[in-house]
Design a protein around this ligand. Structure first.
Ligand code: SF4
Length: 98
């Protein structure tokens, strides 16, 4: 019987590639003085860690590495905290399956 070691999820995610569309982020955070609770929550729940709180307490996004999971869209698009679009064709996440 062949014994295999279990792969870690981080190692599998590392196989994916991301093509940056320089100067054209597909998600934008609406300018704000202080974030709504939902927007602030994205700093904790985005699986790609795209959202961060800056020194002024505002939430910023860097979309590099976004997996297009839609979590932030569900949580913050309807209330206007963010503007969400898919990346242009050929840009964004390139999943490697298997
Ligand atoms: S779509 Fe998912 S991975 Fe991309 S920024 Fe939103 S929560 Fe993060």
């Amino acid at each position: 019987m062949k014994v295999t070691t279990m792969e870690r999820i981080e190692d599998k995610l590392y196989q994916n590639r991301y093509l940056v569309d320089t100067g054209r982020p597909h998600i934008k955070v609406r300018p704000h003085l202080s974030p709504s609770p939902n927007l602030l929550a994205l700093t904790q729940i985005c699986p790609a860690k795209c959202y961060e709180e800056n020194d002024a307490g505002q939430v910023e996004i860097v979309v590099d590495g976004c997996m297009e999971c839609g979590t932030c869209r569900v949580l913050c698009e309807a209330n206007g905290d963010i503007e969400w679009n898919y990346p242009r064709g050929g840009f964004g996440i390139l999943f490697k399956f298997g």
